[in-house]
Design a protein around this ligand. Structure first.
Ligand SMILES: Nc1ncnc2c1ncn2[C@@H]1O[C@H](COP(=O)(O)OP(=O)(O)OP(=O)(O)O)[C@@H](O)[C@H]1O
Ligand SMILES: [Mg+2]
Length: 269
């Protein structure tokens, strides 16, 4: 009886430690984005202040309306970023839902768009079919954010980031691929990158280093989703990470509750 009790206690401790590690890795991503987000907020404030001044200066209806619209759009953009950051930083639940992966990726891109621009990374997304899967949104977003930040960090001086989101009815998979044109990963390191605490990122002047937990966590999360994770890399050319999930029925998707979006966005090719 005591043995069983001890065992349960240890399991609970391990679970709590895992959650703390997940949170530490999350904060590592937030830290990597902090400077770009702060700059973007400064730009938004500049827009708001300038259009408010313009509205006060000009009495005619048309100019004022334009000023109000600009202020509103800037405010909504700021709000979208803070809402995204806050919900990302929060400890997510364990719940899984059938989701449109395109929307899931879009929510992550809101957080990183500016950071990619600042680092001269050109990003493109490509959608095929209706990639729908049963996922824990918060966990998958953490996985994607880490992979995108990893990609950006591997492209010193800029590059290209291609994100593909596809439904593959033949293999019955919904896939997300993240391809960068960065430095690549030498063959002897490819196995290690999924090890806990394996990182090549040393602490910089801003105290930013890597936890080396991002990909270890990604592997656990994808496994728990009955999915598969694959990496292809060529030194000097770039790296591609591919996530595969069992394909779900598009008709089972719950409509998003995000107040900044109307009914499901459909920018598909
Ligand atoms: N796209 C990539 N290109 C080149 N190397 C990569 C890429 N993604 C991951 N790596 C290598 O894999 C290592 C482990 O990545 P992982 O995301 O697990 O940790 P990290 O990025 O170092 O730390 P953190 O995720 O906490 O910031 C990285 O330090 C890097 O050496
Ligand atoms: Mg990482």
């Amino acid at each position: 009886m005591t043995d069983q009790h001890d065992c349960q206690k240890h399991l609970a401790e391990i679970k709590a430690l895992r959650e703390e590690l997940m949170q530490a890795q999350k904060m590592s991503s937030v830290g990597a984005l902090a400077s770009s987000v702060t700059h973007e907020f400064n730009n938004i404030l500049t827009t708001v202040i300038n259009y408010a001044k313009m509205g006060l200066r000009h009495k005619n209806e048309e100019t004022r309306e334009k000023a109000f619209n600009k202020i509103l759009a800037a405010g909504q953009r700021a709000s979208k970023i803070t809402t995204g950051m806050l919900s990302y930083a929060r400890n997510g639940s364990d719940r899984r839902e059938v989701m449109d992966l395109v929307e899931l990726v879009q929510d992550v891109l809101v957080l990183v768009e500016k950071d990619l621009q600042n680092h001269r990374v050109r990003m493109q997304t490509h959608v095929e079919g209706q990639p729908v899967a049963e996922v824990n949104a918060s966990q998958i977003q953490q996985v994607l954010l880490n992979m995108i930040i990893n990609a950006r960090q591997a492209m010193d001086g800029g590059g290209r980031l291609d994100i593909g989101i596809r439904a593959n009815p033949e293999s019955n998979c919904a896939e997300i691929s993240i391809r960068d044109s960065g430095q690549g990963i030498p063959a002897d390191q490819l196995r290690k990158i999924f090890d806990q605490f394996y990182t090549t990122k040393t602490v910089d002047e801003q105290g930013q280093g890597g936890t080396g937990l991002g990909l270890a966590m990604a592997r656990d999360v994808i496994e728990a989703h009955n999915g598969r994770l694959r990496v292809d890399s060529a030194v000097g050319k770039g790296t591609t990470f591919t996530l595969k999930f069992p394909l779900a029925q598009a008709s089972d998707v719950k409509k998003p509750t995000n107040i900044f979006r109307g009914p499901a966005a459909t920018s598909k090719s």
